[in-house]
Design a protein around this ligand. Structure first.
Ligand SMILES: [Zn+2]
Length: 140
C-alpha cells in the first residue's frame, strides 16, 4: 500500500512517539529515584540508565498501564518503519489520516471504526460482542 503521508509528516509522528516514550521512561525513572532516595529525590537527569540492564529494570518498574502504553508506542514505531500499512485502519483499510495520527499516533483504527468499536463495547460484554459480529456477517 502506498504511504499517503509525506516523509515530513511521518517524521513528525515518529517524533511524537519518541517523546511520549521518553516521558514514560522518565516518569518511571523518577519513581525509582524516589524509592531509592526516599525524602531526597535526585533530579531525573542525574540518574544514568544508559545501559541495557538498567533500562530493563526501568521497564520492569513501569506500572501496568504505562507498560501497555509503552508496548503500543514501540509497536507503532516498528510498524511505521516496517509495515507499509501503517497509517491505514486495521479494520476497514481506510486512511487514518495525518491529523488523527498526530493527535493519537498509536491509533490503529480510523475514527469511524473506533467510534463503532466504542459503541459496541458499551452495548455488549466482550463475548456477546464477538458473537454478534459473527452472526451479523452471516446474516446481514
Ligand atoms: Zn476503519
Amino acid at each position: 500500500m502506498e504511504q499517503y503521508m509525506t516523509p515530513q509528516e511521518m517524521k513528525e509522528i515518529e517524533e511524537i512517539l519518541e517523546s511520549k516514550k521518553d516521558q514514560l521512561l522518565r516518569a518511571a525513572r523518577q519513581s525509582i529515584s524516589e524509592q531509592v532516595n526516599a525524602g531526597d529525590p535526585l533530579p531525573a537527569d542525574s540518574i544514568d540508565i544508559s545501559t541495557d540492564e538498567s533500562l530493563q529494570v526501568t521497564e520492569l518498574r513501569l506500572r501496568d498501564r504505562e507498560k501497555y502504553l509503552l508496548a503500543k508506542i514501540e509497536k507503532a514505531l516498528v510498524r511505521m518503519k516496517t509495515d507499509p500499512e501503517f497509517g491505514y485502519c486495521s479494520e476497514c483499510g481506510a486512511e487514518i489520516g495525518f491529523p488523527r495520527l498526530k493527535a493519537r499516533p498509536m491509533a490503529e483504527l480510523c475514527i469511524d471504526c473506533k467510534e463503532e468499536q466504542e459503541r459496541a463495547e458499551k452495548r455488549l460484554p466482550d463475548k456477546r460482542q464477538e458473537e454478534e459480529r459473527n452472526s451479523r456477517s452471516f446474516f446481514p
